[in-house]
Design a protein around this ligand. Structure first.
Ligand SMILES: Cc1ncc(COP(=O)(O)O)c(C=O)c1O
Length: 259
C-alpha cells in the first residue's frame, strides 16, 4: 500500500454507522466507494449489527458512492449467495478470492452491468491477471460449488458449525475460561471474552496471551486452529460429526490445561 493510496483512504470502525455518516458529511462529493467485509473475519468473526449493512447501502446510495463487498471470506460460506443474500443488502461490486477457486489461486469480481461494461474489452479500463480463468482453479471452484449446492450440504455444515461453537462455549464454562463464539454460516471465532465483541477494540481487550496458550495446547492435542485471536475459523464439508466431537474433546481438555 503506497502512502498515496493510504492518504486517499478514510477509515471507519466496522459496525459504527455514525462514524461512516460523519466521514461522508466531512468529505462531501469526495468519497468514491465504501469497501467493507460484510462479515469480517480479519479481526476474528464479528457479525454485522442489525442495520449496519443496510445503513451503508442507504448512505452510499444517497451520496452517489459505490458499495463494495469484500466476500473473499464470506462468499459461499455464510450462505450460497454470500453475505449479500443472507442480509438482503446488494452491493454495487463484489470481490471474491480463493473461495471461488476451491482454495486454489484465483480472484473474481462482479457487479452491476453498467459498471462491468466499463472493463475491457467492452470498456476502457484494462484488467488482466496471471490466474484469471486459470483452468485448474476454475475446475476446483466449480467442483466446490457443486458440492455446496447439494440440497442440505451447506445447511448441514452450518448446523455442525453451531454445534461446535456452542460446545466450545460450554467447554469454556466447565473449565472456568470465558469463551464466546459468534457464528455466521460456517464462519466463527471463539473469543476468550465474557461478551461478544462488536468492534476491533473489543477484540483487542481480550486475553490474547491466553489464546496463544490455547493454540499451543490444542496443537499438542492434534488440533490445528488459526494461530491468532484475529482470525476467523471455518468449517467445511469435510468436518463431519466425528471431527466436531474430537475437536470438542481436545478443546475442553486444552481449556482445562490453560485455566
Ligand atoms: C477478506 C479478504 N479480502 C481480501 C484478501 C486478499 O485476497 P487476495 O490475496 O486474493 O488478493 C483476503 C486474504 O485472505 C481476505 O481474507
Amino acid at each position: 500500500m503506497t502512502r498515496g493510496a493510504a492518504q486517499d483512504t478514510l477509515v471507519a470502525d466496522f459496525n459504527d454507522l455514525e462514524a461512516v455518516e460523519a466521514l461522508f458529511a466531512a468529505n462531501p462529493d469526495q468519497i468514491a466507494a465504501v469497501i467493507v467485509e460484510p462479515v469480517p473475519g480479519n479481526m476474528g468473526l464479528i457479525p454485522p449489527l442489525p442495520g449496519f449493512l443496510e445503513g451503508l447501502r442507504r448512505l452510499t446510495t444517497a451520496h452517489g458512492a459505490l458499495l463494495i463487498f469484500d466476500e473473499v471470506m464470506s462468499g459461499f460460506r455464510v450462505a450460497l449467495g454470500g453475505a449479500q443474500a443472507l442480509y438482503g443488502v446488494t452491493p454495487d461490486l463484489t470481490c471474491l478470492g480463493k473461495v471461488i477457486g476451491g482454495g486454489l489461486p484465483i480472484g473474481a469480481y462482479g457487479g452491476r452491468s453498467e459498471l462491468l461494461t466499463r472493463v475491457a474489452p467492452e470498456g476502457p479500463v484494462y484488467q488482466a491477471g496471471t490466474n484469471s480463468g486459470n483452468p485448474l482453479s476454475v475446475a476446483a471452484g466449480l467442483a466446490t460449488l457443486e458440492a455446496l449446492a447439494v440440497p442440505g450440504a451447506l445447511d448441514g455444515a452450518i448446523a455442525r458449525t453451531r454445534r461446535l461453537a456452542r460446545g466450545l462455549e460450554a467447554a469454556g464454562f466447565e473449565a472456568g475460561v470465558p469463551v464466546v463464539t459468534p457464528v455466521v454460516g460456517t464462519m466463527f471465532t471463539p473469543f476468550l471474552h465474557t461478551a461478544v465483541p462488536t468492534r476491533l477494540a473489543d477484540v483487542q481487550r481480550g486475553d490474547l496471551p491466553r489464546f496463544k496458550r490455547w493454540f499451543h495446547a490444542l496443537r499438542d492435542r492434534g488440533i490445528s486452529i488459526p494461530p491468532s485471536q484475529y482470525e476467523a475459523w471455518f468449517t467445511s464439508l469435510a468436518h463431519d460429526d466425528a471431527t466436531i466431537d474430537a475437536t470438542l474433546e481436545a478443546a475442553g481438555d486444552a481449556l482445562r490445561a490453560i485455566a
